[in-house]
Write a protein that binds this ligand. Structure first.
Ligand code: PMP
Ligand code: GLN
Length: 376
């Protein structure tokens, strides 16, 4: 008997495979196609020649834990204890899985805001807990009335994602005020904040859970070096949580992976000394603006994009097809792969929206948009 009979292959894998099969330009799965910073590859080859090839400590290589604590202080003015409150994980995915497994007991509820990224629900189900899906407003801002109504005495966790995949929406200070009030009224509630796109925001600065001390003792953040350093294939990220929660998360991490790739950890701890993450938002803002300008002659309506490297577009003006059919037609007939937004809703809600990833070199974006101009 399958424990996860309803779970299929992720849409990101499906669309990337179809893109390969049809030779389409892949603007579906979220990963950059350009090379990484040369300083990173230089440090990597230097580190690979050192004796760093054996198991790293379970929670992470201590220089890296310390650099993460320094980065957290620089970015958010929050002081965390690198030994007790930081955990290096095999990507944000493992961090989320470990946190949910460690902290959500059978029968409890976890609130998820839709459209939602695909790695939240399965860990909840594997705890024999209940995912409670709450839709964001039509403009993809949090619906606080609905969130408040969904949280009850049995709710263990609220998962938030800011900046938001797939919509590129970011939270306001007023959203955090509402979150603070919710946390205050529900002392049993843990907030799991997926901030993997924290360094990819544009006009507005990123607001982090780390800037809200009122509920630090119940908040957990998840970050991804994959997103911040264009190295999604390295699968390395980290979790920050208060010590009593982190102690439990480490117990799961210990038996899920034990520890994370040692060469990657040694490399990143050195790279964090030289890299300037404050430049990343500007870098992707240029990409966003370039992509949006190129899309001017394409008959799709672009939604606002405040952060992440995703652009959502509506095709409601030109077709009534389902978003899955539309993105398959785009891929097969026009040679551009995208992600249908229905994949981010448990009931497959179809808003006639698709997602483009613009983390691509200029020539790829130019060629893709040229193809899209012919779209009817
Ligand atoms: N959360 C969100 C919102 C994502 O888009 C992704 C994909 N990068 C992840 C988590 C997982 O990140 P990682 O690749 O570091 O596991
Ligand atoms: N986060 C990536 C996206 O949204 C996908 C990562 C994956 O394929 N697991 O496209």
């Amino acid at each position: 008997m399958s424990k996860l009979a309803h779970v299929g292959t992720s849409i990101f894998t499906v669309m990337s495979q179809l893109a390969n099969e049809y030779g389409a330009i892949n603007l579906s799965q979220g990963f950059p196609n350009f090379t990484v910073d040369e300083r990173l590859t230089e440090i990597l080859s230097k580190q690979a020649k050192e004796n760093v090839h054996q198991y790293a400590p379970m929670a992470g290589f201590s220089p890296l834990l310390e650099k993460i604590a320094i980065l957290t202080r620089q970015s958010y003015n929050r002081i965390v204890d690198p030994k007790a409150e930081v955990l290096v994980t095999a990507g944000a995915t493992e961090g989320i899985f470990a946190a949910v497994q460690a902290l959500v007991a059978a029968g409890k509820e976890v609130v998820i805001l839709d459209p939602s990224y695909d790695c939240y629900e399965t860990p909840i189900l594997l705890c024999n807990a209940k995912p409670v899906h709450v839709s964001l407003h039509d403009d993809f801002t949090p619906n606080w009335e609905a969130i408040n109504a969904a949280v009850n005495h049995n709710t263990r966790m609220l998962i938030i994602n800011n900046p938001h995949n797939p919509t590129g929406k970011t939270w306001t200070a007023a959203d955090f005020d509402r979150l603070e009030a919710l946390a205050e009224a529900n002392p049993h509630l843990i907030i799991l904040s997926d901030e993997v796109y924290e360094y990819i925001t544009f006009e507005k600065a990123h607001l982090s859970i780390h800037q809200r001390p009122k509920f630090w003792e119940r908040s957990i953040s998840v970050s991804s070096f994959g997103k911040s350093f264009h190295i999604t294939g390295w699968k390395i990220g980290y979790v920050i949580a208060p010590e009593p929660l982190m102690r439990e998360i480490k117990k799961v991490h210990q038996f899920l992976v034990f520890s994370v790739n040692s060469v990657a950890q040694a490399t990143l701890s050195e790279y964090l000394d030289v890299v300037d993450l404050s430049a990343l938002g500007k870098f992707y803002q240029q990409k966003r603006d370039f992509f949006r300008a190129l899309m001017k002659n394409c008959p799709l309506e672009l939604l606002p994009c405040e952060g992440t490297y995703f652009q959502v577009a509506s095709y409601a003006g030109i077709s009534e097809e389902s978003d899955l059919d539309f993105s398959k037609r785009l891929l097969i007939d026009y040679g551009v792969a995208t992600i249908p937004i229905s994949a981010f809703y448990p009931d497959g809600k179809d808003l006639k929206l698709i997602r483009f990833c613009f983390a691509k070199d200029d020539s790829t974006l130019i060629e893709a948009t040229k193809r899209l101009e012919k779209l009817r």
